[in-house]
Design a protein around this ligand. Structure first.
Ligand code: GTP
Ligand code: MG
Length: 300
């Protein structure tokens, strides 16, 4: 019997490479929202995987961006960088492509300074042929002094046994950090706000999704099991408000129905969801509003 291990594995990389999808599939439950739009994740999200070998606390992070366009972007950038200090091992996810951009080189520089073991995860290998993959590994291996390189597909759950084995190699011996049943540090209230944001991201086009936040005004589970949720979708302009509500309320209804269905699955009960839309001009550059919406610097 080897000793029980425990520690933190930070999941980092450029936007949209599949960090949140990978984490959800590793723990076997959707906790972090995902979408095909870059910069979906805005905060760090901890989830826990407990096996016989040990306990891995995954930390999902916002994608690394080179230049933030507003205060929210700066905040997200700080969250990503700040996470490195807490990690025992860093999982750097990349697309299965031989192209290595300036953003990737910048990440390599940041990791150099952090001085932690880094496992390169070549993700989304379901989208490339085996022959191509060898070329991709070859292009990446000199970008950084990687502890290991592991090809995976978060979506198809390919390469997971190898990945877990690699992660455990870099975790110290230690006790359980969370009790065995714990899956995440996220409250249901927070998860609910994120699910609503995800459905808005998926339903809306163009620039609007980046400018929205969701706040939960009321979250109450009645004795009969029905959960009542009132939430506001915050946007930046009144023209956006019209689009979010849609013709005769059709867009808001679509977002609400999709969110309610997923919330009902999660809570295993009925959900009554009431959505409002509010305009808060330029909230992404307003420190007070950022705090109100859960982007709190002291948490970084
Ligand atoms: N084919 C394929 N698609 C994937 C895989 N993993 C993620 N995706 C897709 O890639 C897109 C981005 O996934 P996310 O998990 O939201 O990516 P992320 O890195 O967390 O993105 P940010 O939070 O914006 O930084 C989504 O459309 C996913 O469905 C994979 O293994 N294979
Ligand atoms: Mg994400």
């Amino acid at each position: 019997m080897t000793a029980f291990k425990s520690g933190f594995a930070a999941i980092i990389g450029r936007p949209n490479v599949g960090k949140s999808t990978l984490m959800n599939h590793l723990i076997g439950q959707k906790i972090a929202i995902t979408s095909n739009r870059p910069q979906t994740t805005r905060n760090k999200i901890r989830t826990v995987l407990t096996t016989e070998e040990g306990q891995i606390v995954f930390i999902d992070t916002p994608g690394f961006i080179r230049k933030a366009k507003n205060r929210l972007g700066e905040y997200m950038s700080d969250v990503s960088r700040g996470t490195l200090a807490d990690a025992d091992v860093i999982l750097w996810l990349v697309e299965p492509s031989s192209y290595i951009g300036d953003g990737d080189r910048e990440i390599a520089g940041i990791l150099e300074a952090a001085g932690k073991p880094v496992i390169l995860l070549i993700n989304k290998i379901d989208t490339v042929k085996k022959e191509q993959l060898l070329g991709v590994i070859d292009s990446w291996k000199d970008v950084y002094d990687f502890a290991e390189i592991v090809p995976v597909s978060g979506l198809k759950e390919t390469g997971f046994p190898d990945l877990l084995e690699s992660i455990f190699r870099y975790l110290p011996e230690g006790p359980m950090l969370y009790d065995e049943e714990t899956l995440t540090d996220q409250s249901m209230r927070l998860i609910a706000s994120e699910i609503i944001r995800e459905k808005a991201l998926l339903s809306l086009n163009e620039e609007i999704p980046h400018g929205i936040a969701v706040t939960i005004e009321r979250y109450h589970t009645r004795p009969d099991g029905l959960t009542e949720i009132e939430a506001s979708i915050i946007c930046e302009k009144s023209s956006h408000k019209g689009i979010i509500i849609g013709k005769g309320g059709s867009m808001l209804k679509r977002i609400g129905t999709a969110a309610r269905r997923e919330l009902e699955q999660m809570t295993e009960g009925r959900v009554f969801l009431k959505l409002f839309v509010k305009v808060r001009k330029d909230w992404r550059d307003n420190d007070l509003l950022l705090r109100d919406y859960g982007y709190v610097r002291s948490d970084v």
